[in-house]
Design a protein around this ligand. Sequence first.
Ligand code: BEZ
Length: 215
Amino acid sequence: MAIRLGDEAPNFTAETTDGTINFHEWKGDSWAVLFSHPKDFTPVCTTELGRVAGLKPEFDKRNVKVIGLSVDPLDSHNKWKGDIKDVTGNELNFPLIADSDHSIAEAYDMLPATAGVALADVITVRSVYVVGPDNKIKLSLTYPASTGRNFDELLRVIDSLQLTANYSVATPADWKDGDDVIIANAVSDEDAKEKFPKGWDAKKPYLRVTPQPNK
Ligand code: BEZ
């Protein structure tokens, strides 16, 4: 069953490189990123995990906890850590789930079409879920094994999700933190005068551009 935006993030208890974790308890009322990689000791995955580790201060700044997952066993994750450090210079600094029985991958729809593939050969795709403080799914991404993700883009999206959770705005194409934003259509011009005292530029009646309200 596909996971939709707005669904509650399924809870689970899992073995990780930081010990046993109950997802909802571990997450608390923070934001979280749960992401899967296809396989330990593979090239793209090694670069991705190192990059996420290097961005830990950026996730911390945004009150986002990060947790990774693959169907590899725990001893494989623990051995792979050394390679991640060797290649990227970054120590694995977030928990990595060993989902050997695929139960979490199935709950989060992280598996590819598997018709004709032996169970032992099934590996996760590159999934990303951003989960809000209310444990609801705010964003999902799915990439194939051949394409490493852009984690600066993930931070940019998190900035948008956090801004739009707190203000009646939306963010336009290629927006980044500090750029102008769009006043939500649900806000009348009358209410907008109070909510957006800096005013706005009405490019169309449905497209009102205003400075980012929390800057
Ligand atoms: C990689 O990370 O490079 C990779 C992972 C699984 C299959 C193919 C490539």
